[in-house]
Design a protein around this ligand. Structure first.
Ligand code: FEO
Length: 395
């Protein structure tokens, strides 16, 4: 990608990482790739907003150079220090010796710890701080824990653009720039997946911050995140979705997630699903050994019910569902209903273990669990059906 004009004097100068598939280590499976967006505002002063990941510096500098010589950049804004946005920091510090850098105090401390360098001219900012670049004034809005302590948004009233960094992002590599240029259903699904895998645990903080930002009555024509497409046509829609996701507003739907050894637990899962289906409630089954937890997190984001199952192995749950439960604990889901099930040979263990994790995590009201020895017989399968029915009715 090269630089792209998004408004008069405002350019997208970031890069596309078409083949990135494992983001955050192995936490987030990015099947549609990733972009590291950066923006350049050309005014009396030239402003660079956010950087790119290590390894993409040359393409990034080429994009900037097509608009302005990098050494002429006057202002660099660091909205967030996670390495996908700050990897080029040492390069930019070196190539822009006259620039003044802005970010939160936490950003300053974190950047030095990451890279061991600091620009000569750094100013720590917070909500209420603003800088002038000519026709443009840039306002800063700190958004701590959305999703790191250093995170902030920047807003240009002149452009009516909110530069939201990770907020409102999507892991969606594209040669398009705006929301109305791609398939909207896919875009919203990727935005949901992104929210579920990056911001899910921070819903209450986000609700409060979104409320505060809306009260500022900012004119927002575009939300320009640092990942994925820029929102220009669907700004109200994505704001509404964020309010709903942050509020953990759930639909009457159920995720059944399990791992199985000899298909006994799987048979139980399918009978529970039949029971749910008989009540007309939406549900999906995920064999955790065959599905990405990235997708499951997105389904869980607005699912009222979560049903988890595992065979018992060495008195424990199976290892892939164990990894999922570790991940689930961190999501801090609230206001859900849950059920645990599983099969065992001579001694159980998996069901109790899963129950314990869900109870410790909080936020999920558990129905009585069900277990069967070896393989479910006709009577036990009938019970699974009835349990599924009752769970669907309880939502
Ligand atoms: Fe896209 Fe928190 O980094």
């Amino acid at each position: 990608m090269s630089a792209f004009k998004i408004k008069d004097g405002a350019y997208a100068v970031g890069v596309v990482d078409w083949n990135e598939r494992d983001f955050h280590g192995s936490v987030y499976r990015t099947r549609k790739g990733v972009t590291y967006n950066s923006y350049l505002l050309k005014d009396e002063k030239t402003v660079l907003i956010d950087l790119v990941r290590t390894g993409f510096e040359k393409e990034f500098l080429d994009n900037i150079s097509s608009i302005v010589e990098p050494s002429k950049i006057d202002i660099v804004i660091i909205n967030h220090i996670e390495p996908d946005h700050s990897g080029a920091f040492p390069t930019i510090v070196k190539l822009c010796p006259n620039a003044k850098f802005y970010g939160t105090q936490k950003a300053k401390e974190g950047l030095f710890k990451y890279y061991g360098v600091m620009p000569q001219n750094w100013e720590s900012v917070k909500s209420g701080s603003k800088i002038n670049a000519g026709k443009r004034t840039i306002d800063f809005i700190d958004v701590p824990m959305l999703h790191w302590p250093d995170s902030m948004f920047s807003y240009s009233a002149y452009d009516k653009i909110l530069f939201s960094n990770d907020g409102f992002g999507q892991h969606y590599a594209s040669n398009k720039i705006f929301d109305d240029e791609v398939d909207l259903a896919i875009l919203f699904e990727e935005a949901k997946k992104y929210y579920a895998n990056i911001l899910f645990p921070f819903g209450s903080i986000l609700s409060a911050k979104l409320g505060a930002i809306l009260k500022m009555n900012l004119e927002i024509e575009m939300i320009a995140p640092s990942h994925g497409l820029i929102w220009r046509k669907y700004v109200p829609e994505i704001l509404e979705k964020y309010a709903s996701w942050a509020g953990q507003v759930c639909q009457n739907k159920i995720a059944i997630i399990y791992e199985t050894m000899w298909q006994s637990t799987e048979k139980m899962a399918r009978k529970i699903l039949e029971g749910i289906t008989s009540q007309g409630i939406e549900a999906e089954i995920f064999d955790i050994a065959k599905n990405d937890r990235t997708d499951i997190a997105a389904y869980l984001l607005d699912a009222k019910g979560i049903i988890v199952g595992s065979s018992t192995h060495d008195n424990e749950m199976l290892p892939v569902i164990a990894a999922f439960m570790q991940f689930f604990k961190g999501l801090k889901a609230k206001g859900r209903k849950g059920l645990v099930f599983g099969s065992y040979g001579w001694a159980g263990g998996a069901v109790k273990e899963i129950e314990g994790i869900i109870q410790n995590a909080g936020g999920v009201e558990l129905a009585p669990s069900i277990s069967v020895q070896f393989a479910p017989n006709a009577e036990e399968l009938d019970n699974c059906f009835k349990v599924g029915q009752a769970f669907a009715k309880s939502l």
